[in-house]
Design a protein around this ligand. Sequence first.
Ligand code: VGL
Ligand code: ZN
Length: 197
Amino acid sequence: MTHALLVIDVQNDFCPGGALAVAEGDEIVAPINAMMDEFDAVILTQDWHPAGHSSFASSHDGKNPFDLVDMPYGPQVLWPDHCVQGTRGAGFHPELRTYGDLILRKGFRSAIDSYSAFFENDHQTPTGLKGYLDTRGIDRLTLVGLATDYCVRYSAVDAARLGFDVTVRMGACRAIDMDGSLAAAEQAMRDAGVVLT
Ligand code: VGL
Ligand code: ZN
């Protein structure tokens, strides 16, 4: 099997001090760096939103961060402005090793969010990652990164549904964990056949 490490969104805005900080988000950087050499390929994703993105609470009158709204493609949590293209917050954590094979950006269309590295939040619009992995013969994925209950969860579930052999190394992930979202994510990943270690 050809085994890739998929490093999800280890960006400044998801680390302590960032706009959408995940508790202890920076603690996974050293373990992820140490893992990279074990894999045939390393792929990093980057949440990459235009200013005024529709997933930002600031784009909706009278809404606050963490409110839920209905979008044409389904329910959407509204977030603080984060990972705006070209800003420091959108950059990778400065200590993360970033000389992997591919950097995949997602969430770049104003009208739709993209938690998963495979499909935007309509669960239909592809990012192109599946084609990249297939053409490189990659059939096994280990996921790490931020946040366990959003971008790691949806990426892992989509990968398993697409037929990849998927493991999430929970020790190298951290969660936003609101309203039981971490427990729900663990259940959804297990139900999809993802191995959690
Ligand atoms: C993420 C919320 C909004 C993530 C990205 O990387 O998990 N969460 N955008
Ligand atoms: Zn985002």
